[in-house]
Design a protein around this ligand. Structure first.
Ligand SMILES: *Cc1c(COP(=O)(O)O)cnc(C)c1O
Length: 401
């Protein structure tokens, strides 16, 4: 049955694709080995470098983020290599499982899925690895199952403090384009990105941003690879081409999405995500519900994971909200299944979109009979209205001073 109005898509990816981006894709196919396509590629690659804040190459795969995870590992590592990872949520677990299946020896630092990778634990483990057997530290920047974001500069410092030579690989799939991310400055060796979250694109495209150190490691890495081979990509990319058929129409979408990011300004986009995340957390606190993320230093700006009270079903709540308000929320994953719902607030949205989603959750809590205090939506509105005022008065104060 058709429904009136717009669907409210508030899962933490895929996210809403702006109409401009959808229209940009709606074009006749062109020759991916012709000059027009090559020009498009060569226009996109430097702009992707700006997004990752990197000076080295960025490769584009016609694959979901999982493919770019695999590419990061198989291009840099050899069978039996030790890698250090942190058990901080569902996506970290999937990456670890992949490392094991590829024939790596993944060590998993324990955690309770309520915080991000711990810089201290990484420092201690690397300090103990005096033989430098650990070849890579792999960290999920923004763990999309819990809403916890790693303090990457501190993790970088932990690696440097003990002078450990391990590669630093970061999954930035649900943070790139929404949260502060600096490939070069944080000396990340491989950044893994995906199209369908903060980048406001449909699924089907993913990225590796690659440091010189990672390129050097790729010369001796012995894990089998073909589709993911960086060398083939990098040599074809020089002329704007690909070793196999790229997702051509997604390139038009990427062109338009990058234009939107350039027009709005990446810093403004990051600040907007922080503001929307804070508004969401104010609502959660007012409802008297509990955030999954236990450490305020690690609050994610792109999504918020929320526990339902003991004895209630998060999935029943989500189903009620979908049925009554045509609002999709993220489900609890793995061990958080049915205990947690997630509000995605990343990508193309504004204050009123967010308030619409938050009010849908508040009405849903009431309908589903979940114990909570009223007033969460009001708390979010108060914050957004107050913050708006502060932004407006700031330049005047500066002019008066
Ligand atoms: C979505 C996501 C993935 C998986 O990406 P797919 O595109 O589904 O393959 C990996 N890591 C994080 C942090 C994610 O949010």
């Amino acid at each position: 049955m058709s429904k009136p109005g717009r669907h409210f898509l508030h899962i933490p990816g895929p996210t809403n694709v702006p109409d401009r981006v959808l229209r940009a894709m709606d074009r006749a196919l062109i020759d991916h080995r012709g000059p027009e396509f090559a020009q498009l590629t060569l226009r996109l690659l430097p702009r992707l470098q700006k997004l990752f804040k990197c000076s080295g190459p960025v490769v584009i795969y016609p694959a979901s983020g999982t493919g770019a995870w695999e590419a990061a590992l198989v291009n840099t590592l050899s069978p039996g290599d030790k890698v250090l990872m942190a058990d901080i949520g569902h996506f970290a677990s999937l990456w670890k499982d992949m490392a094991d299946r590829l024939g790596l020896e993944a060590e998993f630092l324990p955690s309770d899925w309520r915080r991000a990778a711990d810089p201290e634990a990484i420092r201690d483990r690397l300090a103990a690895d005096t033989g430098h057997e650990i070849k890579a530290v792999c960290v999920v920047h923004n763990e999309t199952s819990t809403g916890c974001a790693a303090r990457l500069p501190e993790i970088r410092r932990a690696i440097d403090d003990v002078g450990h030579p391990a590669l630093f690989m970061v999954d930035t799939i649900s943070s790139l384009g929404s949260m502060d991310y600096r490939h070069d400055e944080w000396k990340v060796d491989v950044s893994v990105g995906g199209s369908q979250k903060g980048m406001m694109l449909p699924p089907g495209m993913s990225f590796n941003a690659i440091s010189q150190k990672a390129l050097d490691a790729s010369k001796t890495a012995r894990l089998p690879k073909c589709y993911w081979e960086w060398n083939d990509m990098l040599s074809a990319n020089q002329n704007g081409f690909f070793p196999y058929t790229p997702a051509t129409n997604l390139f038009y979408a990427l062109d338009e999405a990058l234009t939107i990011i350039e027009e709005q300004g990446l810093d403004n986009i990051i600040a907007r995500h922080e503001r929307h995340a804070e508004a969401t957390r104010r609502a959660v606190h007012a409802w008297g519900l509990e955030l999954v993320c236990a450490d305020p230093r690690e609050y994610s700006s792109s999504l918020t994971s929320i526990f339902v009270p003991e004895g209630y079903s998060a999935n029943a709540l989500r189903a009620q909200i979908l049925e009554n308000f045509d609002l999709s929320l993220g489900t609890g994953l793995a061990r958080l299944a049915d205990r947690v719902f997630r509000i995605g607030h990343l990508g193309d949205l504004n204050d009123l979109t967010l308030i619409g989603a938050i009010s849908g959750v508040e009405m849903g809590l009431k309908i589903a009979g979940i114990p909570h205090n009223a007033g969460g939506t009001q708390a979010a509105m108060d914050f957004l209205a107050g913050a708006e005022q502060a932004e407006e008065t700031a330049p005047q104060q500066a002019a008066m001073a």
